[in-house]
Design a protein around this ligand. Structure first.
Ligand SMILES: C[S@@+](CC[C@H](N)C(=O)[O-])C[C@H]1O[C@@H](n2cnc3c(N)ncnc32)[C@H](O)[C@@H]1O
Length: 407
């Protein structure tokens, strides 16, 4: 054993979590994990009792914990990768999902980026997709267990030739040899999610300065970041997956558009951008059609662009529902044909739904405090038909719009 490995394993021996992880990497640990590949979490107690007859108790606990994390991780990484990879509870929580990391890596690769310093690599969610895009990665994290997990993941996925994992404080890393830097600060602390960007680790101001020093950079931030916190040097992109906004990323350097806002929808990759904030769109009466923009479009303040494209208007100046008199189809909106418009009144809604024999009701809301579940519960639905009700404001007045999705 060389000196580095010897010191790593003695440090690991002092840290129960690292010792447990090291045990999982032994042939016995690997075998146990393979046995747990398809175990049913509902039978965990019986499984643990059975396995303890063959394996040491501590190893069984560690393997069951890892199996649970892999099951959770499958939603982000897909089962095929998740069951080859390793995780920590924080690591799986904070990791970027594969589709988003791959999208980001493709943007870098498309600009000719060949090397990236991944500052705050976690268990390697982003480093893996950067490497899969052919980019060599220096992956840095200061948490020793997380670093061991990231290294194991690079090896398990056959990417260790492209990913060098280093245990260090990112603020002490010289990223100047790299074509680009990627920073994904920790936005969770001991007490849960952190909302103040200066309380991120490292703080957003440090991450921004590091991004501005590099030839190109990407900085992952919370999708709810206030637009005022985004500097004029960044192109800001909001990314949704299957209609749910997952994250925002700030891009810096050549090939990106400073000051522009962008909305990207995955898995299609459809992407909408405007060079600068758009003027306020017109507001007017509800037409025959209503459009609900994707959350990424709303976060990127691109609703005005949709209004222009469909030749429509907003139903209220503060609400992101777009209306038009002609049908309009686009990946950035879900469209509905509106059949009724009524002042907000749940009794009237109940009577109308009964008359229309609606058995399945989708409740959507914007600008209303009413809980959709509560509405559905009070409706006593019965009948062969389906409908969608929008609880919203129209020109400031609480309103119900009833309709059906456009095909
Ligand atoms: C949001 S996670 C990174 C997730 C990663 N992009 C992924 O997809 O797996 C943030 C990581 O930053 C690390 N971190 C926080 N402050 C750091 C610092 N000053 N130096 C190095 N790592 C740091 C934490 O240990 C944590 O693993």
């Amino acid at each position: 054993m060389d000196r580095v490995n010897a010191s790593t394993s003695s440090a690991a021996a002092d840290d129960p979590a690292r010792a447990a992880f090291a045990a999982l990497r032994t042939p016995e640990g690997e075998q146990l994990l393979a046995e747990l590949r398809d175990h049913d979490p509902a039978d965990e107690l019986a499984t643990a009792t059975r396995l303890r007859r063959t394996y040491p108790t501590e190893l069984v606990s560690a393997a069951l914990g890892q199996a649970r994390l892999r099951q959770r991780a499958a939603a982000k990484f897909g089962a095929e990768d998740a069951y080859r990879m390793f995780f920590t509870p924080n690591g799986v929580e904070q990791a970027t999902r594969t589709s988003v990391a791959a999208h980001r890596a493709a943007r870098f690769a498309g600009l000719g980026v060949r090397s990236v310093a991944d500052l705050c690599c976690g268990i390697g969610g982003d480093a893996i997709e950067l490497a899969r895009a052919g980019i060599s990665v220096l992956a840095v994290d200061r948490d020793p267990l997380t670093v061991e997990v990231a290294r194991a993941n690079a090896g398990a996925l056959g990417l260790d030739g492209l990913i060098e994992v280093r245990c260090a404080d990112v603020t002490e890393i010289d990223a100047s040899p790299y074509d680009a830097v990627f920073v994904d600060p920790a936005r969770r602390g001991g007490r849960g999610r952190i909302f103040d960007p200066e309380a991120y680790s490292p703080p957003l101001s440090w991450a921004t300065a590091a991004a501005l020093r590099a030839p190109r950079a990407a900085l992952k931030i919370a999708p709810g970041v206030p637009h005022e916190a985004i500097g004029p040097e960044a192109e800001a992109e909001w990314i949704s997956v299957g209609g749910d906004v997952k994250e925002a990323v700030l891009w810096y350097g050549e090939g990106f558009a400073p000051g522009a806002f962008r909305a990207t929808l995955l898995p299609s990759g459809a992407t909408l951008t405007a060079p600068a904030p758009l003027p306020a769109p017109p507001v007017g009466p509800v037409g025959r059609y209503l459009y609900e923009p994707d959350g990424a479009v709303i976060r990127a303040h691109l609703v005005a662009d949709i209004v222009e494209r469909c030749g429509g208007r907003l139903v209220d100046e503060t609400i992101a529902y777009v209306t038009s008199d002609e049908p309009y189809s686009s990946p950035y909106v879900s469209g509905y044909e509106i059949t009724d418009q009524l002042p907000f009144n749940l009794k009237k809604l109940k009577a109308l739904l009964r008359e229309r024999e609606v058995g399945v009701l989708t409740v959507k809301k914007r600008g209303s405090a009413v809980e959709p579940e509560e509405v559905r519960r009070r409706m006593k639905l019965a009948g062969p038909n389906a409908a969608t009700v929008f609880l919203t404001r129209v020109a400031g007045a609480p309103t119900m719009l009833i309709g059906r999705p456009l095909r």
